[in-house]
Structure formats: structure tokens, C-alpha cells
Design a protein. Structure first.
Length: 274
């Protein structure tokens, strides 16, 4: 997706149609469309020819994009879990692992990167009612594996606004919820994690469209990606005008929510109630 986004930007900057781009690599217009959406693998020769067509002559820029093409064709560790994942989710896991900044608004439950094992198991069982225990455990294992990215040496900056509903809605028994609330307090004290709680008392707010994630990447040339999950699919948005609207909504949510320390107090209060 990231490489496809860059190829689309280069093509549009040069005013070249998808049809013309496809002709240059002996392919159809639809093949260019699938490449730009990140839905097919990339041949090095095709990427080289497209970069030449788009006037990319700088060796450093060409090498950077060609390296990205090679990475795009390498199966990530998460591919071994594809048997228990919906077909749109492996793409997200790959993007999440590549991100240097992850910004989130969550309303239904605690975000997967901050879930305890017991809470994650309760969430997965609720969402996969017909799944066998082995599939549930593999799904939980994937979630725990994803979390390693958040505590690694080069961990991304993680900014999250959790709606109070996500903290009050029980998944698992009281012990599971108490453990999850304490885990949120502990994780929120990590230097790369900023956690805020949008309280019920605030009333209506900018998160009316539901949960979403904004992924940012270390290469400044790579577009941010907005991810939104649905029942049977997911949306990946990378057009600047779309991303800007979600960034504005998240910025408003962060301004309207209590700060990190006050938010920890909110969670401590819920922990005492439990």
C-alpha cells in the first residue's frame, strides 16, 4: 500500500494516465490500479520502468522505492496467522509494524495493543462465537505478538484517546477488568505512550464517526494511512484530504479530553469502583 501510494503520487504529478502507465510495463490499466492500491505483488522491473516513466532519476529516491518494493514482497511474521484472520487484517498488521507513530480513537473496547492476555481472550471469544478454542488462542497469540512492537527498542509513539465506554464495558469477569485497567495505567506511564480518556461527562464530541487509527511512517515521503474496521471489511484511506479530516477530529478529541495524568486518575477511579 505504501509503495502503491507513492507510485500513484508520482504518476499524478506527471499527469500520466493509468492506461499509459500500464502500457509502459506491458500491463492493463486495472493492473496499475491494483498496484497503486497495494493489492498485488511488485516486480522490480515494473517498478524500475514506472519510475523511469515518472521521471524519477535521483538514485537515492529510486533505490529507496525499489527497496520498498522488495520489502513489500517479503511475507511478514503475521502471515502464519492468516488462517484465523479476516483477509483485510494482515495488511493492517504489516502497516502497524512499520509505523513510527500510531494515533487511535477507540470506543468499543480497549485497543489491541493495550489489551491484557485475559481481556484479549474475552474479546476474541465474543467476536468469534463459533470459533474453536485453538483458533481463539492463535488469535490471542497474534495480538500478544503485535504488542511487542509497542515495547521494542525502536517502539512507535502511541497516542490513544479511549472513550470511557471502552473502560466501563466488561469483557471477562471483574478480575479480568481490574487487571486490564491496571495494565492501562502501567502502559500509560511508558515514555512512548500517551493515553487520554474521553469522559461521558463531556457529552457529544468529534469521535461521532466511530473508532479509527492513523498510522504515520518514518519516511516523510510516505503518506499517513487511516484505518477503519467494519463487520465484513476495512477501509484504508491515504488521500491527504481524507487523512486531514481524521487528524482534525483526533486533534479535537485530544484537546477536549483530560490530559494523561488526569486520565490515569479516571482509570484509577474505575479501578476502585471495580
Amino acid at each position: 500500500m505504501l509503495l502503491g501510494s507513492q507510485l500513484r503520487r508520482l504518476r499524478e504529478t506527471r499527469g500520466i494516465t493509468r492506461e499509459a502507465a500500464g502500457y509502459s510495463i506491458r500491463a492493463s490499466e486495472s493492473k496499475i490500479s491494483r498496484m497503486e492500491l497495494g493489492r498485488v505483488s511488485f516486480k522490480t522491473r515494473d517498478v524500475e520502468d514506472l519510475l523511469t516513466l515518472y521521471g524519477v532519476t535521483d538514485e537515492q529516491e529510486r533505490n529507496s522505492l525499489l527497496a520498498l518494493a522488495k520489502e513489500a514482497n517479503v511475507a511478514g511474521w503475521w502471515h502464519s496467522y492468516t488462517d484465523v484472520l479476516p483477509n483485510w487484517f494482515p495488511t493492517y498488521v504489516g502497516l502497524e509494524g512499520a509505523a513510527s507513530v500510531i494515533r487511535v480513537y477507540e470506543v468499543q473496547f480497549v485497543h489491541g495493543l493495550l489489551q491484557t492476555e485475559e481481556y484479549a481472550r474475552a474479546v476474541v471469544r465474543r467476536g468469534m462465537k463459533d470459533a474453536g478454542e485453538a483458533d481463539v488462542e492463535r488469535r490471542v497469540a497474534l495480538r500478544l505478538e503485535r504488542q511487542k512492537h509497542l515495547v521494542a527498542e525502536n517502539a512507535p509513539a502511541f497516542h490513544i484517546v479511549l472513550d470511557e465506554a471502552a473502560l466501563r464495558r466488561p469483557y471477562g469477569d471483574g478480575q479480568v477488568m481490574r487487571g486490564q485497567l491496571q495494565h492501562l495505567i502501567d502502559m500509560s506511564e511508558r515514555p512512548n505512550v500517551t493515553l487520554q480518556v474521553m469522559p461521558f461527562g463531556f457529552g457529544g464530541h468529534a469521535g461521532e464517526s466511530g473508532a479509527f487509527t492513523i498510522l504515520g511512517f518514518p519516511d516523510s515521503d510516505l503518506s499517513d494511512v487511516v484505518y477503519m474496521e467494519q463487520l465484513t471489511s476495512a477501509l484504508y484511506l491515504d488521500k491527504p484530504e481524507d487523512v486531514a479530516q481524521y487528524e482534525a477530529a483526533l486533534g479535537e478529541l485530544r484537546r477536549d479530553s483530560p490530559g494523561p495524568e488526569e486520565s490515569r486518575d479516571v482509570i484509577r477511579g474505575l479501578l476502585q469502583l471495580g
